[in-house]
Design a protein around this ligand. Sequence first.
Ligand code: NAD
Length: 467
Amino acid sequence: MSNYKLWIGGKPVDGAAEMSVLNPVTEEPFASIARSNESLADEAIASAGKAQKVWARVSIAERQAALNKIADGLNARSEEIARILTMEQGKPITESTAEVAYTEGFIRYFASMDLPVEVIQDDASKLVEIHRKPLGVVVCIIPWNFPLLIAAFKVPLALLAGNACVLKPSPTTPVTASIFAEICADILPAGLLNTVNDDNDLGAYLTGHPGVAKVSFTGSTETGKKVMASSASTLKRLTLELGGNDPAIVLPDVNIKETAAKMYGAAFMNCGQVCLALKRAYVHESIYDELCEELAGLANDAIVGDGLNPETQIGPLNNKMQYEKVKGFLANAKKDGRVVAGGDVPEGRGYFIPPTIVRDVQDGDEIVDLEQFGPIMPLIKFSKVDDVLASANGLNFGLGASVWSNDLDEAKSIAMQMESGTVWINTHLDFGPNIPFGGAKQSGVGVEFAQEGLHEFTQIQVINLAK
Ligand code: NAD
């Protein structure tokens, strides 16, 4: 069984203890990894602090070149990483391969970005410039659904802006983050990227630490609130990418077959464990039965199993806690609505739940109001657009949303009334490194990606020169 280390000061380091990493198919360990304690977390932060002081003076061209080398390093090990990602996370190998490729693409895009000085006034009286300075040490805390890609949402942009990082993966998916740090250790100056592995017990310590300037966090809304509270005493900069419960509004004029296929993909990718997944579908009454039937057909045809089998389309849920939670949602959904595909949890090993379509549910039902983060798609019938807008906007979530119609003017008018950071029209779950991404309401604070995302890793400095 492979053993993975912490990365501190550019070197592999033993932990205070060892943690097993389970394969969610077998529920057996496939690797072990070093676990941090507070003193190792202190070392990681101190090492980042030291490295950052030097890195802040390195030109942006050198930082861009380093990011491109990291992308090369990932590319060279892509097959190995994809396989390990499937073993630790559970997703089908096709999705793991895509995650590694996306990660490389994001890093290459970030490597093409710049932080130019902005001149806002230059006349006879004065010169006023905006410079964007690094913040210092950035703690990047990531969840278990995209353990590699989400690390790459944060670390490269933080580094490009001249910061150093401490990366803390989720306890159930620490291996790909460790390999990412290993690749970076070959390329970056020692200490610029360090890791902390915990068992959900060092988050408050890291986010309250006086040596940390910023926390970039992705995870649940509940934990995001804790991060905000523990960061308050030192007024850390925060980016919080939190939970979502994305609504889709489907109007009567859509092509049912095509729309169903796209909606299915947006709901069941990564076994539904996607912050931006389509999590509740509001469908016009005139096409409700037909769309439910089409979606049920797709769910019934899905191949569920071990993600290492190349034919698998739906793997297991990542961990026991999430599996038990989704089983609870399923039991209540069966009482509140009518299951027309899936719904039966297989006996035996592995955190498997088949893709499930549940119809005849409504606002107020648990499966509609809470983020299921699993393979269950609830469909709600509507008749009036005003009512459905009130439903879609009626929760505290505001991450993504979608509108489906052939009348693009009508769709856009509805989209503009939705309270979420992203609204798609005739698609869902489309994102990229050039498109700012962030949550409205309790789905987040701040944005990632694009120039706006890069700016979040900087502090503005105004130079005001009297002439
Ligand atoms: P989680 O909030 O349980 O954990 C996320 C991370 O926070 C983990 O690394 C965990 O160890 C750490 N953590 C736990 N307690 C902490 C504390 N007190 N302080 C700081 N960190 C702490 O989330 P999860 O179950 O791993 O992931 C699923 C959730 O993440 C879902 O709600 C999903 O919507 C959300 N998510 C959001 C986005 C986005 O970009 N908005 C992306 C992916 C996932």
